[in-house]
Design a protein around this ligand. Structure first.
Ligand code: C5P
Length: 317
């Protein structure tokens, strides 16, 4: 059995992949572009909440997607060509001019319309896994190009780094050396948020904020500038508090207006935990941060019992 950081190959040759979600610790909108998208500056950090994807090679060119029992949001998970996994697989097939296919089994734990980029992560790991499974001679740059055509958040996962500052539509990824251990308690109200609707209603600010104070508080640097180990170090409560104060998301106010239950959840999280609560991406998942696993467990218990959030999770960043 071969193992590496992001996939495991079993004796029958299947690849098993942990397709993690992300949290945005910073998201600023710099302006509206001519193509209808928005220019962003965002800091994304991978989190431990992950879907499991299993890829089995087929000798015909079919892409067959199945969902395991017990997956979240099973009713709203399409298994046809509209699924980003299928789109990613077909774009790779086409780019590499291959007649091979795959059976792809998905166990979903990341809810949809949650701001956790479950779909984008699945698409990215499909590109990475099928390149491996099919021995496709495509470079990382080729995969990044396909990723950018499929969506805005996919490149972050193709880069397969712990954290990154992303610009452009979100597809330009600058990996960050991020070695601070943090825990987040996530809570999502029953209703998700529609990303296009949030961006449509947003008025870009006249004076955009910068991610520099957050990155300074987190001790994060551009990955090329230091030799980065993978080891995570604990943060002091003071540093974590400074970091949390600099977490920012321009989309939060608009999201509060269109999803009152989410707005209420943010307020409740702040009252329950006594720290700032944040929204990730375009929501509707909200979160609180702490460097202490014990504190995170206490908060998670309280949030599960006192707040009206059908989905909650304790994750490590
Ligand atoms: O690229 P992605 O599929 O994640 O984007 C979903 C929608 O969010 C886009 O169709 C667009 O309406 C909006 N969006 C945007 N600017 C971005 C990213 C997304 O306006 N940078």
């Amino acid at each position: 059995m071969t193992e590496n950081r992001w996939f495991r190959r079993d004796a029958s040759g299947c690849l098993h992949v942990s397709s993690r979600g992300k949290l945005n610790l910073f998201l600023e909108v710099l302006g509206r572009r001519d193509d209808g998208f928005h220019e962003l500056e965002t800091v994304m950090v991978r989190c431990s909440l992950a879907d499991t994807l299993t890829f089995r090679r087929r000798s015909d060119d079919q892409i067959r997607l199945t969902l395991t029992e017990g997956s979240v949001n099973a009713d709203s998970f399409p298994l046809d060509d509209s699924n980003l996994i299928v789109k990613a697989a077909k774009s790779l097939q086409q780019e590499a001019a291959l007649n091979l296919g795959a059976d792809i089994r998905v166990h979903k734990r990341i809810p949809s319309e949650a701001g956790l980029a479950g779909g984008s992560s699945n698409a990215a790991f499909t590109l990475l896994a099928l390149r491996e499974l099919w021995n496709a001679s495509l470079t990382d740059d080729d995969l990044h190009q396909l990723a950018a055509e499929l969506g805005s958040d996919i490149n972050f996962f193709v880069a397969n780094c712990r954290a990154a500052r992303c610009t452009g539509r979100g597809e330009t990824v600058q990996p960050l050396a991020w070695n601070r251990r943090l825990y987040a308690v996530l809570a999502r109200p029953a209703r998700g948020n529609s990303t296009p609707e949030i961006f449509r209603r947003l008025q870009p600010p006249n004076e955009p904020r910068s991610s520099a104070p957050l990155l300074a508080a987190a001790g994060a640097r551009s990955k090329t500038s230091i030799v980065a180990g993978d080891e995570l170090h604990a943060m002091t409560p003071a540093t974590a508090a400074q970091l949390s104060e600099n977490v920012f998301n321009r989309l939060t106010e608009v999201a509060r207006q269109i999803n009152p239950a989410m707005s209420d959840l943010l307020d409740r999280l702040e009252r329950t935990c006594g720290v700032p609560a944040h929204m990730t991406g375009s929501g509707s998942t909200c979160f609180v941060l702490t460097p202490s696993h014990r504190q995170a467990r206490i908060w998670h218990r309280k949030i599960r019992s006192t707040n009206n959030a059908p989905f909650t999770a304790l994750v490590e960043l």
